[in-house]
Design a protein around this ligand. Structure first.
Ligand code: ATP
Ligand code: MG
Length: 733
């Protein structure tokens, strides 16, 4: 079913039409969220095929996820009736991969090269570091991994890097070099290498490049604001002066700066792709007036923007619901209640609803609340809490305490974190266990007693044995959550991740600390066991730990709805990019959590957090809920949090506070006001104060009222902190 011109332009506004129907030259579509950028891109592809009669195999479209690529394909087919099977559509990574598979020889790869995921990569780097006799404690393999990938993202080979006598950098380059050789020898390619190699493929093979430049007639890139240096370079070389490019993006939605994405590529595009037609889309079709107003007003606080307007013809819609939860459990309960009532009353399906959060670790409490309520949910683009690597490691230690003969758990953690128990040693244990029909733990004991191994290995095993024994003894006399805490500390897991770099390591630590919280709130009575006939039974557990492990296994077992089941989508704000949902819950809008504590003091990172908030708000079509908890167990302890500054940046007249509690509280505008806080604390902004522990500082901000009044103080030596005035005992100077 082919479409004609009018049909293709149907359902597009004038600037969208201009973008879709313009002649084949460079285009930069720069526009805010929900203005139809992705829609334009899809229609443009259809236009190219249908009206310009360009063959699908001559069109390349770059999307942000493979899932988005799949969706785009089916939208194009829907529009044109032409099979888009031959379209070159995918992520930068998948397109690069495809090229390298075809041209492995020119890329100087072996025919059967293997793509390594990030775990494989780390294992290889570890082996290399050891092989080079480099001190693993000083030069962490994880850091080396981060370093290598960052160099590749910038397009740098070891020989391009000049460490200038910097010992650390020098060693990193040495590792990078050895890693590169090892990969080349073994035919291994990591993710960053895919892009890098594809770029070099162009540079080193001019005739091949020409061939592709003749083949492709048009290139389109969605989410352009999040391209990194090497991706942009690859694109630029390919396009050359030959292929027109349409780049589509929104500087306000650049949220991967921490992973090397460069907003500046937007401005660079206009320079490099001369004469690019710039198209602005300003009408938003996704969200109600209130939601849009909130989003616009939040992002307006970012000083460095290209600047755009966004308006809607749609209704103002319902107000944004703001819920001040008592704590994180209350927050989760509230969300569950709202989901249930939307489902029952407002004829919403579950998949109409999404729960978005800043940090991976937040999902645990939400998941549990959903499981308890029997609501179907899916974690989009991520793993469920109990499936995450660091959690599995911690659970393996706990299981070992419970049962030394749990071989799988022992194998998992015997050398995590690294304690010089090598694969050879473990293999010896396995063999002994097989031959003597024992568990690995028993094999380990025998190996020590009978001196079956070299002295070094025996010592390492002895250490491990006494570590586990010590843990068990200590854990016998402390409470469950203290046990979990003890285990993640003494096992070295926390320290292990602490030494790693980057956001991911931080998330792993947060998850581990979240496990302590899980233990703290765990109630064995919540376990619902059934017998063979499905009748509920009371189970007697040998210990709270045994019950906890059981519960975790159940949670991990069957919680997640399968892909096609109608289910609520849970995801981090990062993975929500480009998506839309009628009902959106944003959870955990508290200072320290969102904006994240790691970003609060750095203006650039704070701007990126704010863009993330903008992304979150603009995912909502009809109803947005914003939740924060007055107190939250986070990073292993109970914290009183103040509401995120982003809440204050939302106009009061778009917000309606939800009050479920019987208590009457003042409206949010007054709760947050500086005046009420000044009244309560007797302090003024700008005033010098003295704190018994932190010393001298300046009052930057305050909020709340009465006993809840909080003061933000910038201490001369201790950084900026929010303090509850009633406890802080700040003395005016
Ligand atoms: P984001 O920045 O979040 O990626 P976007 O700019 O890509 O957003 P789209 O996802 O393409 O926006 O469009 C947002 C919504 O508005 C979609 O549901 C889309 O179908 C709808 N839409 C876009 N343009 C129009 C239009 N001219 N008429 C009606 N609906 C439209
Ligand atoms: Mg989009």
């Amino acid at each position: 079913r082919a479409m004609d011109v009018t049909e293709l332009l149907d359902g597009l506004n004038p600037p969208q039409r201009e973008a879709v129907a313009s002649p084949l030259n460079h285009q930069l579509v720069l526009a805010g969220a929900g203005s139809g950028k992705t829609r334009v891109l899809v229609h443009r592809i259809a236009w190219l095929m249908q009206i310009e009669h360009i063959s699908p195999s001559s069109i390349m479209a770059v999307t942000f996820t493979n899932k988005a690529a799949k969706e785009m394909r089916s939208r194009v087919e829907e529009l044109t009736g032409i099979s888009p099977k031959h379209l070159w559509i995918g992520t930068f990574h998948s397109l690069a991969h495809r090229l390298l598979r075809t041209h492995w020889k020119q890329a100087n790869l072996s025919e059967n090269f293997q793509v390594m995921d990030s775990d494989d990569q780390l294992r290889l780097i570890k082996r290399i570091v050891r092989g080079l006799n480099i001190d693993e404690e000083v030069y962490q393999p994880k850091q080396a991994q981060w370093y290598i990938n960052a160099q590749k993202d910038e397009g740098l080979r070891p020989q391009h890097i000049q460490p200038f006598g910097d010992q650390w950098a020098q060693t990193m380059v040495t590792i990078y070099s050895a890693y590169e050789e090892a990969c080349q020898r073994a035919g291994l390619v990591d993710f960053a290498e895919l892009l890098f190699r594809a770029h070099e493929l162009w540079l080193n093979n001019p005739s091949l490049l020409t061939q592709y430049q003749q083949r492709f007639r048009y290139i389109l890139v969605d989410e352009f604001q999040d391209t990194n240096t090497i991706q942009y370079a690859w694109l630029r070389v390919l396009a050359g002066n030959a292929i027109p490019v349409m780049a589509v993006g929104d500087d306000d939605q650049s949220i991967y700066g921490w992973r090397g994405a460069r907003i500046e590529n937007i401005q660079q595009f206009s320079k490099d792709f001369a004469g690019a037609q710039e198209i602005k889309l300003e009408q938003n079709y996704r969200s109600t007036g209130n939601i849009l107003k909130a989003a616009n007003s939040v992002i307006d606080n970012n000083p460095t923007r290209l600047g755009k307007n966004l308006w809607t013809e749609g209704d103002q819609g319902e107000p944004i619901a703001l819920y001040a939860a008592f704590n994180e459990q209350d927050e989760a309960r509230f969300i569950v209640d709202q989901v249930e009532s939307h489902f029952k009353n407002n004829d919403r399906t579950y998949q109409d609803m999404a729960v978005l959060y800043r940090s991976n670790a937040q999902s645990r409490v939400l998941e549990e609340a959903f499981i308890r309520a029997g609501l179907p949910y899916r974690i989009y683009g991520g793993q469920r809490f109990y499936e995450r690597l660091e959690i599995k490691n911690a659970m393996a230690y706990l299981r070992l305490l419970q049962n030394r003969h749990d071989d799988a758990s022992l194998e998992r953690v015997i050398n995590v974190p690294a304690r010089a128990i090598g694969e050879k040693t473990v293999e010896t244990l396995r063999q002994y266990a097989r031959e003597h029909g024992t568990s690995l733990w028993q094999a380990l004991e025998q190996a020590i007693r009978k001196d079956l191994l070299a002295a070094r290995a025996t010592t390492a095993l002895q250490k491990f044995e006494s570590l586990i024994d010590e843990m068990e003894v200590t854990c016998q006399s402390i409470e469950l959550h203290e046990q979990v805490d003890h285990v993640i500390q003494t096992s070295g897991l926390i320290e292990h991740h602490m030494k790693e770099k980057g956001e991911k390591a931080q998330a792993r630590i947060e998850n581990l600390e979240e496990l302590v919280n899980a233990a703290k709130t765990f109630d064995p009575d919540d376990i619902e066991a059934v017998d063979e006939n499905g009748e509920p039974v009371d189970v007697e557990y040998a210990s709270p730990l045994a019950a906890f492990l059981d519960q975790a296994a159940l949670d991990a077992g069957d919680a997640q709805a399968d892909e096609f089941e109608d289910s609520v989508q849970m995801m981090t704000l990062h993975s929500a990019k480009g998506l839309e949902f009628p009902v959106v819950f944003m959870a955990g809008l508290e200072e320290g959590l969102f904006p994240h504590k790691m970003s609060a003091d750095d203006p650039n990172r704070l701007e990126e957090e704010r863009r993330l908030c903008y992304v979150g708000i603009t995912r909502a079509m009809e109803k947005l809920y914003i939740c924060y908890a007055e107190s939250r167990r986070m990073y292993g302890q109970e914290n009183f949090a103040s509401p995120s500054r982003f809440i204050r940046e939302i106009p009061h007249d778009t917000i309606e506070e939800v009050r479920l509690k019987a208590t009457v509280s003042k409206p949010v505008s007054q709760q947050f006001s500086v005046e009420s806080a000044q009244e309560a604390t007797g302090l003024k902004i700008g005033q010098q104060v003295w704190h018994a522990k932190f010393g001298e500082g300046t009052v930057l901000d305050m909020e709340g009222q009465g006993a809840q009044a909080r003061v933000q103080v910038s201490f001369d030596f201790d950084g900026t902190k929010w303090l509850v005035a009633a406890y802080a005992n700040l003395r005016p100077m």
